[in-house]
Design a protein around this ligand. Sequence first.
Ligand code: FPP
Length: 257
Amino acid sequence: MKDALKEFIKPGSKEEALVNKIDFSRLPQHVAVIMDGNGRWAKKRNKPRVEGHKAGSKAVQEVVETCSRMGIKYLTLYAFSKENWKRPKKEVRTLWELLFNYLRKESNVLMENKFRLNVIGDIEQIPKKARKELTKVIHQTREYDRFTINLALNYSGRSEIVDAVKKIMDEERIHKNNVDEDLFSRYLYTSGIPDPDLLIRTSGELRISNFLLWQIAYSEIWVTPVFWPDFSREHMLEAIVDYQERERRFGDIKPKQ
Ligand code: FPP
């Protein structure tokens, strides 16, 4: 995977120096990203907020390419929260259009590279045009496991937990004494996907914003002041280098190997 990434990188660049610091045998398996700051990026340039989202869509492509070439297995992107419906109608419409365009443009790339697309969140309420395209690409890529793009859409961490409780209560064969953390995890939207090792948030806010509340219990958190549309390959590499310098103890006193 290192070679697939190296092809991309200019000799002598800062990116190359970062790649050389990465231990490819200790990559995070799962990286989750709170893509924040599209609105502020646009405001800074006297542009409408939707322009920030359009630029944010391009950053999505670059990050997908970087993570897949690096050898990361799962990338979860927080693209639309349940709370985002409160935004102006035009902005909400643009966000779903951008998702539709992204899927139309990228579905061939996903299939050629054997990338899987998965969605976490309440898919039923997603506008029909985007939902149909999503369902199609999810179906087309369901057997692939080389790299999974996990889109959080119409997502809320609290709703996910409540939904899991409801599903467990519906299963008559489960006795409460048999409910433990492993069982509970299997009823979350992320069932079968390991918890994120690394959580990245852009635009400097120190908040979780109802994202993967259960799954980030022991994730390493990396926050950058950079607005999402400016988030580049170099920032992703920086985050990985920083992650590898951390000591993960999971409550123990010695690092876990
Ligand atoms: C947060 O910025 C960003 C979002 C709510 C949407 C993220 C969407 C994209 C990056 C584009 C489409 C996605 C895909 C997967 C193609 P904000 O608007 O809250 O920024 P602000 O805090 O500066 O206002």
